[in-house]
Structures are given as C-alpha cells and as structure tokens.
Design a protein around this ligand. Structure first.
Ligand code: SIN
Length: 313
C-alpha cells in the first residue's frame, strides 16, 4: 500500500540542538544537527509516511525575522502545490514557534495539513523529546482529519491550534498551552491571496509602572509603521503616553490596544480611548495582534478595515 508523502521543512531550534558536553549546566547550541539524522533517529517514522525534506534554515528561533517567515511561507506553498505531497511538517525552535505558526495560519490556504513541532531538549539529550514529537507531527500530517484546520502544532502529546498557542514555560517538557480557545476547526488563510512582501515593521511596547513615553517616539522616529501596546488589564493607556501616542496617530500610524493579560479588550472599555483613534485587539495577545497588523498593512488595509478584521481572526 502506498504511504502518504510528507514534506519536512527543518529550520533549527532545540530539536536540532547539540550539547556542550563539557558544560556543567548542560548548555547546548540550537539549530546544529541537520534534518537527515534527526529523521533517522525516529523509530517507526518510515512506516507512517514517505518523507522528503529540506533544510531551509538553521536558527535558534529567537533570531527568526519576518523575512524568515516569508521563506517558510514560500517553501510551504511550493510543497503544498505539488499533487504528490499530502502534508507539511515544520521543525522549529519552540521560543518563537507561536509567532511563525500564527503567521503561516494567516497566510496559507486551507487544505493539506501543515504541522509545526519542536522540542524542549536537544537532539543528543539521553531523553530527547524531539523524536516522539516528530513522530506525532508526521502522523498528524497524514490524517484526513487534519485537513482544513489551519496550521496545527503538536508537542508533548498535545495538539494545538495556531491562534490559541502560547509558550508559557521556559524549560518544562509541557511548555505550551492553548487553554483559552480550542478553535482547531477553523482554517484562516485570510491573507493567502495577497502578495505580502515586504512586511512593514510593527513594534510592541509594554505598558508597566513608570514606562517612559519616549519609547513611543523612539519606535515611530526609527521607522515603525504600526504599534501594538501590551497594556495592563483591559488595555488601559498610561496617561503619560497619550501625547506621544497622539503624535503617532497624527502621522497615520495605527496603534492597537492589547493586554498583558488574557481575556477580551472591549472597545472604549475603561475610557473613551477608541474614540481617540486607537484600535483594539479583542482577545488577540500582543504577539499575534502585531503579526495581524503587519499583514494587514502589507495588504494595504486602512484602519477601519483593520479594526473590523481583528475581532474576526
Ligand atoms: C529555539 O527556540 O530555537 C531554542 C529553544 C527551543 O527550541 O526550545
């Protein structure tokens, strides 16, 4: 019987990490081991699927740039348009996996499964978690039930959707959660038909006690085309930031109120902020609101259109 063909895109991460054996704290370098030996170390993989693989990046994902998301998008599109390929698996560092997954979720068409995975322990760890995660990811990518679900993520025996995924622990094997929403059944691909290069710069500013307003001007004066504010509570704007934010808005720069917490940011929740021209993120966390804004600006959307879009993502 013919096996499904799954195309693997390797980008680095701890899953491809190699330890410094002489280091007492068990340090390692991410993104070292190439994809072929990573796949060869997974027992039973060949029984599940026929595999092809490309090493498209070899990065620690903290160094991932928006241009790298676009390389991944192009590589996924190439693979998915081949009639022979049944699904794509991306091996990725866990640190910024939720950003890449969300970007791809918004830019890939619905259809064949695209599954991201990574690992919390390097490839040469005696109890490495990478092999089991790769096996799970390939298995998931072969399943008809994984079609049209948007980008999926599997780690540590769990399956997550791109919208709800959040890395919440720095070192535990069970580092990811998607406790708030389980909307696996919704493919998005909202920007799949757009030519998105280049992506404009959007910065995230954290609101915290005493955060100086000069940060706002620094972002705008150095070329940010949009701002996402990761604010306290329901997205409450610090009074000391208002003049600088008004200067940003006067230049036509969209400013999104998002929250450092989870939960929904209502329009004009605590104050008449949005009457002043702020956009609100709804329940999108700042990292994901930022990517949505980058894509919306790249697609030429105006602010009212962007505000209408955000709660629907
Ligand atoms: C990385 O994100 O590339 C390093 C950390 C990890 O993969 O867990």
């Amino acid at each position: 019987m013919s096996r499904p063909l799954i195309h693997i895109l390797a980008t680095g991460g701890t899953i491809a990490g190699v330890s410094h054996t002489d280091h007492p704290a068990g340090r390692y370098t991410a993104g070292v081991r190439p994809v072929a030996p990573l796949l060869a170390a997974v027992p039973g993989l060949d029984d599940l699927a026929e595999l092809s693989a490309d090493q498209i990046l070899s990065l620690d994902s903290k160094d991932m740039r928006p241009a790298d998301w676009q390389s991944m998008l192009s590589a996924c599109r190439r693979a998915l348009t081949s009639p022979a390929v049944d699904g794509v698996v991306i091996l990725h560092g866990t640190d910024t996996l939720e950003e890449t997954a969300w970007f791809l979720h918004l830019t890939l068409p619905a259809g064949k499964p695209v599954v991201l995975t990574g690992a919390m322990r390097p490839a040469d760890h005696p109890e490495a978690d990478g092999p089991a995660n790769i096996l799970d990811a390939v298995r998931l990518a072969t399943l008809p039930e994984a079609r049209d679900k948007g980008v999926l993520i599997t780690l540590n025996g769990r399956i997550h959707g791109a919208r709800s995924l959040r890395k919440y622990h720095a070192s535990q094997l069970d580092a990811f959660s998607s406790t708030q929403y389980w909307n696996l059944a919704r493919a998005d691909g909202r920007f799949a038909a757009h030519d998105l290069a280049p992506l404009p710069r959007v910065d995230i500013l954290a609101g915290y006690a005493g955060a100086p307003a000069c940060l706002v001007d620094a972002c705008i004066n150095s070329g940010a085309r949009g701002l996402v504010l990761a604010l306290a509570g329901q997205g409450s704007v610090p009074e000391s930031w208002r003049p600088a934010l008004a200067r940003a808005r006067d230049k036509g720069i969209p400013v999104i109120r998002a929250s450092r917490c989870s939960g929904h940011i209502p329009r004009n929740g605590n104050a008449d902020d949005d009457g002043e021209g702020y956009l609100t993120a709804g329940d999108l966390p700042p990292l994901k609101a930022r990517i949505a804004l980058m894509l919306a600006l790249a697609a030429g959307m105006e602010q009212p259109e962007i505000q209408a879009l955000l709660p629907t993502l």
